[in-house]
Write a protein that binds this ligand. Structure first.
Ligand code: NAG
Length: 467
């Protein structure tokens, strides 16, 4: 399938952050539910000029089953399988041919129904042809075996030059086997082993491949990052120490979404990693979790471990433990980049109150880069960018490149903002790359639906995490 490789590389970060809605909401009665779903149909129907009645039906099915969970009429497995079958019916009815109109269409979907749950949002995105592949291809893809740079079963025969397993220095012992930790790292044949700055990518940033300033490897964590976030952090910690050890260089690391809080947990508790990292670039991170009230996991619906762990601070043990004692400040030079209009996964994501916002108590160097604060929102690069859309934004890529070339945190003062703010896509990307990137959110939603086993409470905090 065209674009497969990019998709799963994104997916490896796609555990992402969906929260339970605030339990204080009154439980809707079935009759209110039925009315609500009729309203959904007309809104989505209007949006598509009534050309796609199927989308209205799909969204109706999804919202009905989610409301039935709310009143205890449906159990979890039934709800998840209804959502999965409903999404499988969606097909694209439009073809997107340029970036400006694709971004405008994404914005219209949000404007038509700002409170859409993730599943109806992705149904509309797929129906509008805003993903490179259709739902059925991607369903097969989520189930299938990933190869190449997306492979989770790589053979890396190079032995590290120092002891990094079962623990490095005073780090906790890993709970995952070394063979699993190491085989999640895809090192391309072109890897220079340290001649060029090594970069661990938790998203795929294809623009880095072949560059003179970055030598990427990919980290593909099993379970699509939906498993215990503390386990995901072990993969990040091992990959950092492994790549630093075989190259003899400090690594740069770029994360998207949940990947960043896995990395932050690794820095905090697997402290040996801090000395092995040159800098960290965090795209759409959720250091404070998310208040997103989307109906992803309503009360009574068992969900994926990492999703429960990314509820907003004060309601997630994982997030609260992460932020404790300076965990809300950087451990290494860090660049955060995020969109306040509109991150459909992480909210709040605006200005200094954003979940992405990282403090700098240790004075290691942090820049927090809010797209709509850097470029006027009337200009292309300050306009509408989704959770995954930040990955194709020209300012975000400018900061990635800046941080990799200069070290430390990326600085907008070194960017040509007059040029970049007037572009929709990072230089070198076109609408095909935008659609491939938008695949990421559809794949994330499908992986979220299909992940097993669902749990009803977040995993316990590990014994080593005592501060
Ligand atoms: C986008 O660029 C790629 C090459 O990087 C090319 O194969 C593809 O056809 C382009 N797509 C469009 C719509 O121009």
């Amino acid at each position: 399938m065209q674009g497969t490789s990019i998709v799963l590389a994104f997916l490896s970060l796609a555990g992402s952050a969906f929260a339970r809605p605030a339990p204080a909401e009154p439980v809707p009665s079935p009759s209110v539910t039925a009315i609500a779903s009729l309203e959904d149909r007309s809104l989505i129907g209007d949006l598509l000029g009534d050309s796609n009645g199927l989308l209205g039906d799909v969204v109706g099915d999804i919202n009905n089953v989610l409301s039935e969970v709310g009143v205890g009429e449906v159990v979890g497995t039934q709800a998840w399988s209804t959502i999965s079958s409903a999404l499988a019916q969606v097909t694209a009815t439009t073809t997107q041919t340029n970036a400006a109109s694709a971004i405008s269409q994404l914005s219209s979907i949000h404007a038509a129904k700002p409170s859409a749950n993730l599943f109806e949002f992705v149904a509309a995105v797929a129906a509008e042809g805003l993903t490179a592949n259709n739902v059925n291809d991607l369903l097969g893809f989520v189930d299938g075996l990933a190869t190449g740079e997306n492979s989770m079963s790589n053979v890396n025969i190079q032995a590290p030059k120092d002891t990094i397993y079962p623990r490095k220095g005073k780090d906790p012992k890993y709970s995952v086997t070394e063979s699993s930790l190491r085989s999640a790292i895809y090192i391309p044949p072109s890897f220079t082993n340290g001649k060029v700055q090594p970069v661990i990518l938790m998203p795929d940033i294809s623009l880095l491949t072949g560059s003179t300033y970055a030598d990427p490897v990919w980290l593909n964590i099993p379970g699509y990052l939906l498993n215990d976030a503390q386990t995901n952090a072990e993969y990040a910690a091992y990959a950092i120490n492994y790549i630093a050890s075989i190259t003899g260089k400090k690594v740069s690391i770029i994360g998207w979404s949940q990947g960043n809080i896995n990395i932050q947990w690794a820095f905090k508790y697997f402290t040996s990693t801090q000395k092995s990292v040159r800098n960290h670039i965090a795209i759409s991170p959720d250091y404070a979790g998310t208040v997103n009230a989307n109906l992803i996991c309503p009360e009574g619906l068992p969900c994926d471990p990492a999703v429960l762990q990314q509820q907003y601070k004060g309601t997630s043990n994982f997030i609260d433990q992460l932020r404790l004692n300076g965990g809300d400040s950087a451990y290494v030079p860090t660049t955060t980049v995020y969109s306040g209009l509109f991150d459909e996964i992480v909210e709040p994501q605006q200005g200094t109150g954003a979940s992405a916002y990282l403090n700098d108590a240790r004075k290691v160097g942090v820049t927090n880069n809010y797209l709509q604060g850097i470029c006027n929102p009337v200009l292309p690069a300050g306009s509408f960018y989704t959770h995954e859309g930040v990955l194709y934004n020209p300012i975000a890529f400018g900061l990635v490149k800046d941080a990799l070339i200069n070290g430390g945190a990326g600085q907008t003062s070194r960017l040509d903002l007059n040029t970049l703010c007037n572009m929709y896509l990072a230089e070198g990307l076109n609408v095909s790359d935008l659609l491939l990137t938008e695949n990421a959110i559809l794949v994330a939603a499908l992986a979220l639906v299909l992940y097993e086993p669902k749990v009803s409470a977040e995993p316990a905090i590990k014994a080593y995490a005592t501060y």
